[in-house]
Ligand binder design. Structure first.
Ligand SMILES: [Zn+2]
Length: 219
């Protein structure tokens, strides 16, 4: 069950601004949309950004725009922001119920990276390679292999939580990683952890075992 109270990790303003204007690819947009679904604070910011976006268009004097073209531009922003075309497929993923906005999301079959970790890639739907989005499930108490990232990664926790160094993260939290991070997150307590992950580059394993696993991990 998703307990989204007390969220500490939120969407960056720049990401939210781009999202509101209809930017970013499908994988990043579904993570942001899901966090907005769970987080009142970011939902409020998104509506403020939507208002600001509308005012910018209305006050733009550089490019003359008729009232009609402003209405069209705003309508397009509205369509891109509010609708998330998801194929009707599943209301849960391998026994884990999904937030309402993700119900019907289409994934490839999961594959296990050992007995305690699985990944179910989201069907690309226009996500440009090598960017990818996937559900990641890790059994309670498991520690991930040390690894870093070639580029940026956004994780949204849907169930459970994990500890990363001094910081602990819980359902609803957004966590950003980049190429400077080397870490080995550990899943908290008795609850398995389900996350939605978006990354714009592959993971780089930092251990010999990790390197051995990479061809099997397909991440
Ligand atoms: Zn938030």
């Amino acid at each position: 069950m998703i307990m989204a109270n007390g969220i500490n990790g939120h969407i960056d303003d720049l990401d939210l601004w781009d999202y509101v204007r209809g930017g970013r690819d499908y994988g990043e947009r579904i993570i942001i949309a899901t966090h907005l679904h769970l987080c009142k604070e970011c939902e409020l910011n998104a509506s403020l950004f939507e208002d600001a976006c509308g005012e910018l268009l209305e006050n733009s004097e550089e490019v003359p725009m008729s009232k009609h073209s402003i209405d069209i531009a705003l309508a397009r922003t509205e369509i891109k922001t509010k609708t998330m075309p998801l194929p009707q497929l599943q209301n849960e993923i391998y026994g884990h119920s999904l937030p309402d906005n993700l119900k019907g999301i289409k994934t490839k079959p999961r594959h296990f990276l050992g007995p305690n970790v699985w990944i179910a890639p989201i069907v690309d739907n226009g996500i440009p390679a090598p960017n990818q989005a996937y559900f990641l499930w890790v059994k309670a108490g498991m520690q991930m292999l040390p690894h870093s990232h070639t580029n940026n990664e956004i994780t949204l926790i849907l169930e459970g939580g994990f500890k990363d160094g001094e910081n602990s993260y819980h359902a609803g939290d957004i966590i950003y990683e980049d190429g400077h991070t080397i870490h080995a997150p550990e899943v908290l307590g008795d609850e398995d952890c389900l996350c939605l992950v978006y990354q714009d580059g592959p993971i780089l394993p930092k251990t010999f075992l990790g390197k051995l696993l990479k061809p099997f991990a397909r991440i």
